[in-house]
Design a protein around this ligand. Structure first.
Ligand SMILES: [Zn+2]
Length: 560
């Protein structure tokens, strides 16, 4: 794929650094050497080595344990004890704030009875100032639907604090009387379209359960998070990411407040992951600022802003994905186009003028075609911009004739293996047996020669990249369903999957010269694994754990 273009750069790096190393065999340049390992470098010229040296946060040289130990006799030594090491995973599409919020909020997932949930909320009330919202999530609105709880007890233990508890699947919420009062929801409030305010059949008073769209009547009254709260949530999310070996994260919808929080964390030296920002295009002022200034590439490699994120449609599950022909299971529906082609084209042209990257959320075949056409029009108008790396996020259902058209335009595909196995129980009902051939079509895209990165889109899916890799190789659930895989002809191979989570992910953020490999000159972001991912059976990817995560040569997470 793109290796041919990279090879000259890498050879250059290798030459400069290894030559330097040979010139000064007793050099103190290396702070630490890592020896006796099985190091997967992701470099085709030298795919597996035993050792490497790190200095000033970067890889200085790679080689055998003997070569590295004799070249840097004064460096600290870490014995890798034959463990497998690979470059830190670059999560090229995730949502940090949503992940962090789930840690800040009260988690009641798995709690079996409403009474026990109320006790948990009571503990929260004791430590929360009066008037402040108590947010929680995880009660099972599916399992409890036959006999929904009321808010009588919830209101009794929390008379002063509004309580809002989201259901596990997002289809219902459970709120106390204070919260309903703040939102002005009472017995006279009518149900919105596609939602219900469940009311006591005798008194007509709302019970505290709001389903589907009725939840919005309440949630719009929840005060927005402060920058300090956002900082806290982002830090918790990043800590979680490090446990899974994610050393870089492409934050796929960054608002101005999140950006402020990220800058604040960076200034305090509390940003423990490298963040690549995709700006939320619904904030016009924010986008305008960056159209004026161009990209902001961090010389310290912690916080880079160079991408704008545009939504063209919704999701397949809710039939919001924009389709060329109607849904198979809803003949009157074709989904929704959120941003029309002309607007995508206009924004893409502005991005080309200012040196920004564009990332488009497109799920349905119509949304993907709109993206293709808008990109083509913009790119043709700016033939001098050779390296735009415009991104297509998801590309879930694509017309078969459109699949080969992305590679010649230089578009980067960003796809999420776990979406396929999550959607497979119903996806074919939505799109039918023909369109499904272009759905989650990783192999077809890969073979078209397009640049392609894989990621999780957390927190909707697990952020464990090794589960993602397993899914990409098997198209099966962790339980092994269905046997042989779902449309297994679209599976990817082990070496391809590893590239998609490292070097291709680096490429998708213009960072292939500093990330995604363990070769001289690259940032010393690497992870130590519990197993040898080049040789274990694919099924065992599900059990791979990240023992240590290093960022710029610094140990930032160690598995207990
Ligand atoms: Zn996303």
């Amino acid at each position: 794929m793109f290796h041919s273009r990279l090879i000259p750069i890498i050879i250059c790096f290798l030459f400069v650094f290894s030559f330097g190393c040979q010139e000064t065999p007793s050099s103190k340049l290396a702070d630490t050497i890592y020896i006796n390992g099985h190091v997967i470098t992701m470099d085709e010229a030298n795919p597996e080595v035993g050792a490497f040296a790190v200095g000033r946060g970067r890889i200085l040289s790679i080689g055998t344990s003997e070569e590295i130990a004799s070249a840097y006799p004064e460096a600290d030594v870490v014995d890798l004890e034959r463990k497998t090491v690979m470059p830190g995973i670059i999560e090229s599409h995730g949502h940090l704030l949503s992940l962090g919020q789930s840690f800040l909020e009260l988690n009641v997932e798995g709690i079996e009875t409403p009474e026990e949930v109320v006790l948990k909320v009571k503990e929260r009330v004791a430590e929360t100032p009066a008037g402040e919202w108590i947010m929680g999530w995880g009660w099972d609105e599916g399992a409890w639907a036959k006999n929904y709880p009321t808010n009588r007890d919830l209101s009794a233990i929390s008379p002063e604090n509004p309580v809002y508890l989201r259901g596990l699947h997002g289809f219902a919420c459970w709120a106390n009387a204070k919260a309903l009062g703040v939102a002005g929801i009472d017995k006279d409030t009518p149900n919105p379209e596609n939602g219900e305010i469940i009311k006591n059949p005798k008194t007509g008073i709302p019970t505290g359960i709001l389903t589907n769209e009725a939840q919005g009547l309440l949630t719009r009254h929840i005060p927005p998070m402060t920058v300090t709260q956002i900082e806290k949530a982002l830090k918790l999310a990043i800590e979680e990411c490090l446990k899974y070996g994610l050393t870089s994260i492409h934050e796929a919808r960054t608002t101005s407040k999140m950006l402020e929080a990220l800058h604040s964390l960076k200034d305090k030296k509390e940003l423990k992951s490298r963040i690549y920002v995709m700006l939320d295009c619904t904030e016009q002022e924010l986008i305008e600022t960056y159209f004026e200034s161009g990209p902001s590439v961090d010389p310290e490699n912690f916080l880079t802003v160079r991408c704008i994120k545009i939504f063209v449609d919704g999701a397949l599950g809710s039939r919001g994905a924009a389709m060329i022909e109607p849904y198979n299971d809803a003949p009157d529906e074709k989904g929704v186009v959120v941003t029309p082609e002309d607007e995508v084209c206009r924004l893409s042209k502005r991005a080309l003028e200012s040196g920004l990257q564009v990332a488009i959320h497109a799920i349905g075949d119509r949304a993907n075609r709109i993206t293709l056409n808008a990109f083509r029009r913009a790119i043709e108008e700016y033939p001098d911009v050779k390296d735009h790396r415009f991104r297509l996020e998801h590309a879930q259902v694509v017309a078969l004739e459109d699949i080969p058209k992305f590679a010649p335009l230089g578009v980067v595909l960003s796809m999420q293996p776990p979406h396929a196995t999550s959607d497979m129980p119903w996806a074919e009902k939505r799109v039918g047996s023909e369109r499904i051939k272009g759905a989650y079509a990783w192999r077809s895209f890969w073979d078209s020669g397009v640049h392609m990165t894989l990621n999780s889109d957390f927190p909707g899916e697990t952020l464990d990249p090794f589960v993602g890799m397993y899914t990409a190789m098997t198209r099966q659930t962790p339980e092994g369903e269905p046997e042989g895989g779902w449309y297994p002809e679209q599976c990817l191979k082990r070496d391809e999957v590893l590239k998609a989570y490292t070097i291709e992910a680096a490429y998708s953020g213009f960072e292939e010269n500093i990330k995604g490999k363990i070769v001289p000159g690259i940032l010393a972001d690497f992870i130590v694994l519990s197993g040898d991912i080049l040789n274990i059976p694919v099924k065992e990817f599900l059990n791979i754990k990240v023992a240590q995560t290093y960022l710029g040569g610094e140990l930032v997470n160690e598995r207990q």
